[in-house]
Ligand binder design. Structure first.
Ligand SMILES: Nc1nc2c(c(=O)[nH]1)N[C@H]1C(S)=C(S)[C@@H](COP(=O)(O)OP(=O)(O)OC[C@H]3O[C@@H](n4cnc5c(=O)[nH]c(N)nc54)[C@H](O)[C@@H]3O)O[C@H]1N2
Ligand SMILES: Nc1nc2c(c(=O)[nH]1)N[C@H]1C(S)=C(S)[C@@H](COP(=O)(O)OP(=O)(O)OC[C@H]3O[C@@H](n4cnc5c(=O)[nH]c(N)nc54)[C@H](O)[C@@H]3O)O[C@H]1N2
Ligand code: SF4
Ligand SMILES: [Mo]
Length: 686
């Protein structure tokens, strides 16, 4: 028998991950048979993460949705679906959109998406152009970085140096960052730094894999990072460790900040964050006297009531010490890089196509808006894609109640019948990343990839862009910007400096010739003053505290009837809720357990493997217990991403999280949550 030839297609991983890997996909007889990391790609270096190494389990999963379906029966868990044709699906959706527009105006239509697909064309391009041209409500995409956006709206506080710089660092603080699990391609740089003598310290309420890989791990009470950072700044100021020359040249408001630091009580700050003053002092001294010193800031920093304030205070530290002067010093972040620098997002998304006064709806308050009778115009049609809100939004009891509103028409476009599908009127089958063309710009590094389609779509699956183009045509939205190809969009959106022909024809490009390893060595802060603003005039004008401050979390520090802080963290083998129904995760019952410190377990008479109910007045979830020193006394943790319907409706940690928002930016506060835990009485888990 003659072997049929195989070919290798190079596809960018479009997951919401800073790494934006390049995959080599071996295709044989129209089927992908193997996926590995590309060896030439400077960041992928031949390795994919655990989950994407199993991408084909997802692409060829037996539960892949391959045809449009309509829900039969009432909205909610246990819904069944019947196949319908694409014509029927589109005509139904168009009919409901038209009706909503006639009765309530176009803003009664709401897109709802996040970065389930991070590609520019499919998910941050054509889709936006469609909804803008339709005049639909805009969505404030706050679910991940709302608190950070809030801080950035006032001050340039989070742009870091690229990963290459880390090899020069002699101290790296992993501050609310877990790259070993959430963006592992950073780690070779860290290991190189370590080989050259760097010390690694993690600041995290949970002993993550990253924390376990560090020389030292300091447990912090969730949501109190600003207290720790202010306490460090206080030590730095009091002990003469400030780089006054840097501060004089490149900052404003230092004297006012220093006065504030002197007025703060070390005892109170230490008590707030739960870290002894001696430990803070030692950390501050080590940080200020080691050169170069880097802070790798993760997004866990800004998911509490004072998240935006925390971002600003942590950003003060490398400014105070002048760490920015050195290669390997300053902040290392997952914000910006190619995604923000190499494209003009407005040229991709075309907000100019929308009517000028279009309202913006905060996704983090979706349920509140859906349930609010005074919300005008009411949301009548919600079109969900790239997201699983009936899993990923906080306060799920309320979210599910809202999605059950009988007069709401919900469309879901996804590869699977997720928890959100149970609330959808129509579910459309989406292509996998191998089945459509797209382009991805990394937010963790200076590179990007154009991905041709590697495989024909499975079944009747269609890509986001195709569906929006179909809908536009059926609705009579005649806007040329909607009809473009991925290559056209790349040409429109890429900034000067990235050669479009090269971008389209090569498997990957670097989006900068030279990495900017000392981006703040000479200041260059993107603020009205061009300097780092300890004192922010615009905050003062808006009636906000203009100086760096500790804004306490809503729950984890205050008094509450629920005694334990709860952290719901991300898991190595899933991407948010995207892999949890697949065999890779389903096997891992152990991974789903609630971790509790032995002291807390003992005082409750709980032991390993007990089935427990985790609850507060918002809701509950049920899981098994793991007695563990990965958490300190007073804090419990579980991974987030499990689908409720896989656990008889009692599996989702977001049943207990709160929909209260961050201090600025309207972000969610997933890691600011108190719970009680008790042995489950009655019915065990399914
Ligand atoms: N394998 C995998 N990779 C992922 C994801 C995934 O689900 N799985 N998700 C992707 C997405 S959407 C994102 S946003 C990124 C996020 O990746 P990261 O930037 O690493 O952020 P998180 O994982 O949200 O949180 C990092 C750490 O912060 C800790 N933490 C929680 N609250 C606090 C706090 O108040 N203070 C401090 N100091 N630490 C705190 C958590 O325990 C966690 O270990 O990862 C991306 N990569
Ligand atoms: N408790 C708790 N909750 C959290 C978090 C936490 O740490 N703790 N993290 C939060 C964060 S940081 C984030 S970013 C959110 C993420 O939450 P979501 O935005 O809901 O992301 P996912 O759960 O990954 O769901 C993405 C969906 O998009 C689908 N999808 C993938 N590619 C495509 C495509 O090309 N087209 C279409 N139409 N669909 C596609 C996938 O199949 C998947 O079902 O979760 C948040 N929720
Ligand atoms: S999820 Fe991240 S680490 Fe995994 S393959 Fe994709 S880009 Fe790479
Ligand atoms: Mo996220």
């Amino acid at each position: 028998m003659v072997e049929s030839p195989s070919r290798i297609a190079q596809v960018a991983c479009p997951h919401d991950c800073p790494d934006a890997c390049l995959m080599d996909v071996v295709v044989k007889d129209g089927r992908a048979v193997k996926v590995t990391g590309n060896r030439q790609h400077p960041y992928t270096r031949g390795a994919l993460c655990a989950k994407v190494s199993r991408l084909l389990e997802r692409v060829y999963a037996p539960e892949r949705l391959l045809h449009p379906v309509r829900r039969v029966g009432p909205k909610g868990p246990g819904g069944t679906f019947r196949p319908i044709s694409w014509e029927e699906a589109i005509s139904d959706i168009v009919g409901r959109i038209r009706q909503a527009i006639t009765e309530h105006g176009a803003q009664s239509v709401l897109p709802y998406s996040y970065r389930g697909n991070n590609g520019v064309y499919q998910s941050n391009g054509i889709d936006r152009r469609f909804f803008h041209a339709l005049g639909a409500s805009k969505l404030a995409r706050t679910i991940c970085t709302g608190g950070l956006q809030g801080a950035l709206a006032y001050s340039d506080v989070f742009r870091g140096f690229p990963p290459e710089g880390l090899v020069e660092s002699r101290l790296i603080l992993f501050w609310a960052a877990n790259p070993v699990e959430t963006g592992l391609h950073l780690w070779p740089y860290v290991m190189e730094a370590k080989r050259r003598g760097a010390t690694l310290i993690a600041i995290d309420p949970y002993r993550s894999r990253t924390a376990r890989s560090c020389d030292r791990h300091i447990f912090i009470r969730p949501g109190t990072d600003a207290a720790l950072a202010l306490a460090m700044a206080k030590v730095i100021e009091a002990e003469g460790l400030v780089d006054h020359d840097y501060v004089r040249q490149y900052t404003v408001g230092y004297e006012l900040f220093a006065q504030r630091l002197r007025s703060l009580s070390m005892g109170e700050l230490s008590q707030a964050c739960g870290i002894p003053a001696e430990v803070i002092g030692e950390l501050a001294r080590t940080y200020a006297t080691t050169r170069p010193s880097a802070i790798r800031v993760g997004l866990g920093l800004q998911r509490s009531g004072g998240g935006a304030a925390a971002v600003k205070v942590v950003a003060c530290l490398p400014v105070l010490t002048g760490a920015w002067r050195h290669v390997g010093g300053g902040l290392s972040t997952t914000y910006g890089r190619a995604m923000h620098e190499a494209q003009d997002q407005d040229r991709a998304m075309r907000p100019d196509l929308a009517p000028a006064d279009t309202r913006v709806v905060n996704m983090a308050r979706l349920a509140e808006h859906l349930l609010d009778p005074a919300f005008h115009p009411p949301i009548k049609v919600i079109y969900v894609y790239n997201s699983n809100p009936a899993a990923s939004l906080p306060d799920q009891r309320r979210v599910r109640k809202a999605l059950q509103r009988p007069d709401l028409f919900t469309v879901l476009h996804d590869m699977f019948l997720t928890d959100t599908a149970d609330y959808a009127d129509i579910v459309l089958p989406a292509t996998s990343p191998l089945e459509h063309e797209d382009f991805v710009l990394a937010y963790g590094g200076d590179f990007g990839s154009f991905s041709p389609r590697a495989l024909p779509p499975q079944g009747e699956a269609r890509s986001n862009a195709e569906v929006f183009q179909l809908l536009a045509k059926a609705l009579g939205v005649e806007e040329a910007a909607l009809g473009v190809s991925a290559a056209d969009m790349a040409a429109e959106a890429l900034r000067d400096g990235v050669r479009v022909e090269e971008f389209i024809s090569k498997p990957f490009v670097r989006t900068r010739n030279q990495p900017d390893l000392r981006p703040r060595a000479l200041g260059g802060f993107n603020t009205p003053s061009g300097k780092f603003e300890f004192y922010c005039e615009r905050m003062a004008q808006d009636g906000l505290d203009p100086l760096p401050a500790f804004v306490p979390p809503h729950e984890t520090l205050g008094s509450s009837p629920y005694p334990l802080n709860f952290v719901s963290r991300k898991h190595r083998d899933s991407l948010n809720s995207s892999y949890t129904h697949l065999p890779i995760m389903a096997r891992q019952e152990e991974a789903r357990r609630l971790e509790m410190h032995p002291v807390d377990a003992e005082s409750r008479g709980l032991k390993d493997s007990d089935e427990v109910r985790v609850f507060n007045d918002r809701g509950e979830f049920v899981t098994r217990l793991r007695v563990s020193t990965n958490v300190p006394p007073g804090t419990v943790a579980a991974f987030w991403g499990w689908w409720d319907k896989l656990s008889g409706g009692k599996g989702n940690v977001n049943n207990v999280t709160s929909s209260a928002l961050t201090d600025l930016g309207g972000g969610p506060t997933f890691y600011d949550c108190r719970v009680g835990v008790e042995r489950l009485q009655g019915k065990a888990l399914a």
